[in-house]
Design a protein around this ligand. Structure first.
Ligand code: GDP
Length: 180
């Protein structure tokens, strides 16, 4: 079963987004490996794909050693997952491009891990500001190592924006995988 992982800084709106995506979907939470840590949660959606809820990164208030543990966890997940189709990196649309997010995206790229960007909390900006903030990201990424802006989605969990786009995107890939 194909897997799609959701990740971002703490407080970015990941839990809200996952709730939005899984509403009205047939959902089964599956505990990964029994006895192991609960840091990573798997949700089986419609018997078709796994939504993988990864721990937040870039906590401001945790110790360096705790950060290392999280990092190790996340990198090990990405290195080992053969079923992973795409990572969704969540970023708060209100903020300037953040170093920790850019570095994480760069790391994904270096490791040939496909990812999309999910902008969260779009309801907090006016439409004209939304484009401006997305463009700021585009410029930053192109200035770094990227040749093009990765596939991206603008979402709001409180206004249910972007839900269908994200689910259609995932559904389309699953369909293509089935047919191939
Ligand atoms: P997580 O730590 O990444 O799982 O973030 P949460 O989903 O717990 O959200 C963090 C905070 O942001 C909470 O206070 C949410 O109510 C708020 N939040 C999350 N998504 C949205 C959104 O789409 N719009 C608005 N206005 N607030 C949001």
């Amino acid at each position: 079963i194909p897997e799609y992982a959701f990740i971002g800084r703490s407080n970015v709106g990941k839990s809200s987004l996952i709730n939005m995506l899984t509403q009205r979907k047939s959902l089964a939470k599956t505990s990964g490996r029994p006895g192991k840590t609960q840091l990573i949660n798997h949700f089986k959606i419609n018997d078709e794909w796994f939504l993988v809820d990864l721990p937040g990164y870039g906590y401001a208030r945790v110790s360096k050693s705790a950060k290392k543990v999280f990092q190790k966890f996340i990198t090990e997940y990405f290195r080992k997952r053969t079923q992973l189709v795409c990572g969704f990196v969540l970023v708060d649309i209100r903020h300037e491009p953040q170093k920790v997010d850019l570095e994480f995206m760069q790391w994904l790229g270096e490791n040939q891990i496909p990812f999309c960007i999910v902008f969260t909390k779009a309801d907090k900006l006016r439409p004209s500001q939304i484009d401006k903030h997305v463009n700021a990201y585009r410029e930053k990424l192109l200035e770094d190592v990227w040749e093009e802006m990765p596939q991206h989605f603008v979402t709001s969990s409180s206004k249910a924006i972007g839900r269908e786009e994200l689910l259609d995107f995932i559904g389309q890939i699953n369909q293509d995988l089935k047919n191939s």
